[in-house]
Design a protein around this ligand. Sequence first.
Ligand SMILES: *Cc1c(COP(=O)(O)O)cnc(C)c1O
Length: 400
Amino acid sequence: MSAETKFSPVEGFEPPALGEPYLLTPGPLTTAYAVKQAMLRDWGSWDGDFRAMTADMRRRLLALTGDTKGEFDCVPMQGSGSFCVEAMLGSFVPKDGKVLVLANGAYGLRAAQTMQYLGRAYTLIDKGDYLPPRGAEVAAALDADPAITHVIAIHCETSSGILNPVAEISEAVYAKGRKLLVDSMSAFGAIPLDVNEIRYEAMVSSANKCIEGVPGFGFVIAKKTELEAAKGRSHSLSLDVHAQWATLEKTGQWRFTPPTHVVAAFLEALKMHEAEGGVAGRGARYTKNRDVMVAGMRELGFETLLLDHWLSPIIVTFFCPAHENFAFDRFYGLMKDKGFIIYPGKLTVVESFRVGCIGRMDEHVMRRVVEAARESLAEMNVPDAAPPRTALEERAKLAA
Ligand SMILES: *Cc1c(COP(=O)(O)O)cnc(C)c1O
């Protein structure tokens, strides 16, 4: 079988180029051919054409927040998503401020670790692998510690796939007179974070998640009053959000070399996002992807880590089957042979793996994912994908 014909095209969606497997991962992810094609040109970072592209991109991203009053602005930042989280924390939290970090997985813990590197005060609510931080406990923590100035919440905690209750958290934060920062990395563009619905000072996301661009930069969307107040606060020259913003406003250019090709690809991805119906359209496709895939996997006997209420349309964690013939590495290889790259799990208590629902894929692809899982189980001689009893006991904690 030639590389080109290995994975057949799917209705309405072109297959990944040259027989590449689909990436069922939360970014980098499978991108459209048009997005890749947009990179076949060189741009001068100082040139008017590229400055216009940057301006268009900032305008389009801002529009996704529903900010009609011009209260917010968008500041792109070189690097991966974590660079933006660090830039946000270092720029918006005063040196004498204190952050309450809400963690229920790797990305919340990374935000805490970032605070440690910054040498700024923080306190942590660590809910473990996947239990959601709730409004009431946030309120209690804020009452207990008047020194806390800011709260950082993870919108979708990608390590379990849980969709955290940011609206509830935001209400608790502002009821106590504090400020909210949001890591919406894996949610923005597919799950609404409308400034008219949910109050926050700043949020971050990156090029290679729900907008379906390629990796290389992220962006901070923040209140202009916060951007102004951030002057002189950053611990880092290159991660200074105020300085980047000021330069963009003054010259239309990024401060240091921008990832020009990545920006060009991202602009194409933003146009495709708009054509699909914006946040609602993108969210609807991912939701369908998740529903089709989860229903099919459950039919095979697999169980999700999360109860339906907490399942995001971004990525889903499944327990590994209890059957003695099941080995994740083997399953991974068999799935890859069939054209699908899945993702290892990140739970500490039980064995798991993850399947992403984001990227240039639709429900037809997801049906083939389930088919590939069925065939892989058969090849491994695993007749039943049911998880161990301990896994289901663990999950029961969510309902409690
Ligand atoms: C992807 C992601 C990040 C950033 O990770 P990078 O590897 O630095 O791109 C941060 N937070 C969440 C919730 C994410 O999903």
